[in-house]
Design a protein around this ligand. Structure first.
Ligand code: ATP
Length: 241
């Protein structure tokens, strides 16, 4: 069976700046896969390219066996890839409910949309309690929950989360990672970009290290956690001997 997502030798540039030069990885259906790496390694650029917000200069992206790297962003969303971007990109003057509705803009099945909205409120009870309040009033952690909830409203087959724990307290980070595990248990496939390499690898079936625009290492989450190069570069541990 072919993987749900396959990224092959991806290269992406911003004008003359090569942000990604050779990124390759696969995501199998039902897995959590993470990309870890330092600031500026090219992880966000990779997700934005999968979403169709940027065009690659080389390489290919296949989703469910079909090439998608030439498709417009709305078509990629309609095929089942949702993206919760870095910095959340919520509409602060809109309510929780209005933000969630925007996540379902490709759909018209009202009763099912309502059902999915209730599911998001079940997952994140604080959003349900505040459904009529404006998103701009919320804490960072609550906004992160809303960003994930909004991405879920398209009923994605692949959920891409860019830095979901950025700026969150340890308790909120734990909450977000628990939710990612719950989503996976329900069958959602997750592609995760994280600076918090320890938490991300601990949760992931598979991980890839991105360094200077290239995927340099890969393995199961546990293999990468045990890898000395990963420990030294990304887990803040110096290993002797
Ligand atoms: P971070 O976690 O800091 O977002 P990242 O691994 O996601 O890091 P990218 O944001 O993809 O990395 O950035 C990759 C490279 O592309 C960096 O050198 C960055 O400075 C550059 N870059 C990112 N966005 C732009 C842009 N809009 N214009 C020009 N260069 C950019």
């Amino acid at each position: 069976m072919s993987p749900l997502l396959e990224v092959r030798d991806l290269a992406v540039a911003y004008g003359a700046i090569n942000a990604v030069s050779k990124v390759s990885f696969t995501v199998e259906s039902g897995q959590i896969v993470c990309l870890i790496g330092s600031n500026g390694a090219g992880k966000t650029t990779t997700l934005r390219t999968i979403s169709g917000l940027l065009r690659p200069v080389a390489g290919e992206i296949h989703f469910d066996g079909q090439r998608i790297d030439r498709l417009p962003a709305h078509e990629i969303l309609a095929r089942g890839i949702a993206h919760s971007p870095e910095g959340r990109r919520l509409f602060g003057r809109m309510t929780v409910e209005e933000n969630l509705r925007l996540g379902a803009y490709t759909r018209s099945d009202e009763p099912e949309i309502r059902k999915d909205m209730d599911r998001v409120y079940e997952l994140f009870t604080v959003l349900g309690e505040r459904r009529h309040l404006k998103a701009g009033l919320f804490s960072g952690g609550e906004q992160q929950m809303l960003a994930i909830g909004r991405a879920l409203m398209s009923r994605p087959r692949l959920l891409m989360l860019d830095e979901p724990s950025l700026g969150l307290s340890p308790i909120m980070t734990q909450r977000i990672f628990t939710t990612i595990a719950e989503l996976r248990a329900e069958g959602t496939t997750v592609l995760l970009v994280e600076q918090n390499a320890l938490a991300a690898l601990a949760q992931s079936d598979h991980g890839y290290v991105v360094d200077l625009g290239r995927t340099t290492l890969s393995g199961t989450g546990q293999e990468l956690l045990a890898d000395r190069r990963v420990q030294e570069a990304y887990l803040g541990e110096s290993v002797s001997g």
